[in-house]
Design a protein around this ligand. Structure first.
Ligand code: ADP
Ligand code: ADP
Ligand code: ZN
Length: 216
């Protein structure tokens, strides 16, 4: 089960990724989470990535592709994986296809979580994320049981620095210019499935489960 999650910032990729990864026991690989971990540990990669992320721009393909290829070589990816936030450019998608092709495999499903732009700003500015496990909450749509504490791990919830109105607008422009072409790319590969991401979190997950099937 090799799955990609596509969709604009705020579509619910991270939220659904946690649910999918638990249900199907496949690793959840989020390039955003990998970058944020490197930023908080001040690694050379984190220092480079930070300047792009803070502006709402994409981290260059060369850096991003290497990180994902390295991660996919891990044993835990043998029976499948869930990519959240990668690929984001056609170049990344081609690199991923090449990598899998060299290993005699391919993507099974590219799942587009479809959410029109008018929903996005509310979702992003109300988002709170766990500093320990990366789980996403929303102050109105999906509040934690205890204020500012992660239900899953008890970690502290914070607002991401790039979830401001100005940066979100830039990220939406970047999405439509650089990432949206991937919808066509995966349609042409016959691997695209689309779910309505404006429904409630559990309904979106039910629809995704129907597409992916009931079992591993
Ligand atoms: P992405 O990873 O695609 O950027 P997230 O999963 O972090 O998106 O979700 C963005 C914000 O929207 C979060 O605050 C999350 O709690 C909220 N959210 C996610 N799915 C839904 C939904 N179906 N309805 C309402 N809010 C949602
Ligand atoms: P969101 O959940 O809002 O879609 P992510 O956590 O996936 O955001 O990504 C946060 C930021 O990290 C992006 O705005 C971008 O700067 C960088 N990033 C994440 N994934 C990639 C990627 N595949 N290619 C380039 N930059 C990326
Ligand atoms: Zn947590």
């Amino acid at each position: 089960m090799k799955i990609i999650l596509l969709g604009p910032p705020g579509a619910g990729k991270g939220t659904q990724a946690k649910l999918i990864s638990d249900k199907y026991s496949i690793p959840h690989i989020s390039t955003g989470d990998i970058f944020r971990k490197n930023i908080s540990e001040k690694t050379p990669l984190g220092v480079k990535a930070k300047s792009y992320i803070d502006k709402g721009q994409l981290v260059p393909d060369e850096l991003t592709i290497d990180i994902v290829n390295d991660r996919l070589k891990n044993d835990d990816c043998k029976k499948g994986f869930l990519l959240d936030g990668f690929p984001r450019t056609v170049k990344q998608a081609e690199a991923l296809d090449d990598f899998l092709n060299n290993n005699g495999s391919k993507i099974d499903t590219a799942l587009l979580i479809d959410v029109p732009e008018k929903f996005i700003l509310d979702r992003m500015t109300g988002r709170r994320v766990c500093t320990a496990c990366g789980a996403s909450y929303h102050i109105r749509f999906n509040p934690p049981k205890v204020e500012s504490k992660c239900d899953a791990c008890g970690g502290e919830l914070i607002q991401r620095k790039d979830d401001t109105e100005e940066t979100v607008k830039e990220r939406l422009t970047v999405y439509s210019n650089q990432t949206q072409p991937l919808v066509e790319y995966y349609k042409n590969n016959d691997s695209l499935s689309i779910v309505d991401g404006t429904r409630e979190i559990n309904d979106v997950f039910k629809n995704i489960s129907n597409i992916l099937g009931s079992d591993k």
